[in-house]
Design a protein around this ligand. Structure first.
Ligand code: COI
Length: 356
């Protein structure tokens, strides 16, 4: 399907200070838009980024049928922008759509939409290493109807925003706490989908954690409140006892694309990787026994984010450094090296977009 393109008459790029980027605050000139009605996706469009109108009865506002993705585009050279694993993001978007009873999107429409959007807004892709154009595809139920049922209409958008580091700590270690009273996801729920409601539900516990000085919540399983799951904005990895350990995917953890890339690279480097249940007690014991070497998170927005401190029920462990550990740094350099086209991409993860 050909995308209708309407170019913006007034670029806002002169308002942007590339040296002081805040995550997700400023949006580039264009957006991709597509509507679903009568059982089909209609003509896709790229048009100037602008407010959208809807009635207060729009179903997404009432019943939370809303999903999104988070991906990034990287400046490779004056003629090339790299998307990172866009087909994997497309697959995950469709997995989320199926879980929330929403219509799937064709891969070719998704990829072409991204390519055309990037060609139009290539000047918005930051050039500095570590900075990128964050891409936010999103879909929501747009039927205007108060019945609690599956919506018959949807809107799909792709918007983009130039970004620096996600956490204000930048590359410095973040500090996490488990939550005694709250859980993020249960098996059979929506935890493995990128559903908007998963995030909304995590804000109260995250706010309480932040009031106590922690950056984020380290989620434990909802049944035994014992096994580590994820951080909500990133997956979690423990380098201990000569192995890399990360919680397995069993329906409650977001299947991160950076997570998968970390696992692939660690195995390539000869490290044993275990995707398995890991209890918070095992992590604390490993620290006591001196075998917990590094803890770090991995996610699109966060990339690789070192964890310096974990609190669990008033007991704390501090990884004895105030900067990123050597393994996390090596992983950050390898992944960003591939993303920016500076390191050989053996796995075909980068999707180059050639600029006209
Ligand atoms: C991402 O890493 O892209 C996310 O979606 C996490 C967050 C900013 C909500």
């Amino acid at each position: 399907m050909k995308i209708n393109i309407t170019k913006s008459a007034n670029s806002k790029i002169s308002e942007l200070d590339f040296d002081n980027l805040e995550f997700g605050r400023i949006f580039s000139d264009h957006m991709f838009e597509m509507s679903y009605q009568n059982g089909v996706w209609k003509q896709p469009e790229i048009k100037p980024y602008a407010p959208i109108t809807f009635e207060p009865s729009m179903m997404a506002l009432h019943y939370g049928q809303a999903i999104f993705e988070g991906m990034k585009a990287y400046f490779a050279d004056d003629k090339t922008i790299h998307l990172f694993r866009p087909k994997d993001h497309h697959k995950r978007l469709n997995n989320s759509a199926r879980r929330l009873c929403m219509p799937e999107i064709e891969e070719s429409v998704f990829i072409e939409g991204l390519e055309e959007l990037l060609k139009l807004d290539s000047a918005w892709v930051p050039r500095k290493h570590g900075h990128a154009l964050y891409i936010r595809p999103l879909m929501f139920a747009s039927e205007e109807y108060l019945a609690a049922k599956v919506s018959a209409e949807y809107q799909f958008y792709i918007i983009t925003s130039p970004v620096a580091a996600y956490y204000s700590e930048g590359f410095n270690p973040v500090s996490l706490t488990t939550s005694e009273n709250f859980v993020r996801a249960v098996k059979g729920g929506t935890g493995e989908a990128k559903a908007a409601g998963n995030y909304g539900g995590s804000f109260l516990p995250a706010k309480k954690a932040q009031e106590k000085g922690y950056t984020q919540v380290l989620w434990l399983d909802a049944v035994e409140h014992k096994y580590v799951e994820e951080v909500g904005t990133m997956n979690i990895f423990f380098l201990m006892d000569g192995k890399l350990i990360t919680p397995q995917l069993q329906g409650t953890v977001l299947p991160g694309i950076t997570r998968r890339s970390v696992i692939t690279l660690a195995k390539e480097w000869g490290l044993e990787v275990e995707e398995r249940q890991i209890s918070i007690d095992e992590v604390f014991d490993a620290h006591k026994n001196g075998i917990l070497k590094e803890v770090f998170g991995a996610g699109t927005a966060a990339v690789i984010s070192p964890v310096g401190h974990i609190n669990h029920q008033g007991e704390s462990i501090t990884l004895d450094r105030d900067k990123i550990g050597p393994f996390a740094k090596k992983m950050f350099d390898a992944i960003t090296g591939i993303q920016y086209g500076k390191v050989e991409d053996k796995y075909g993860w980068t999707h180059p977009v050639k600029l006209p």
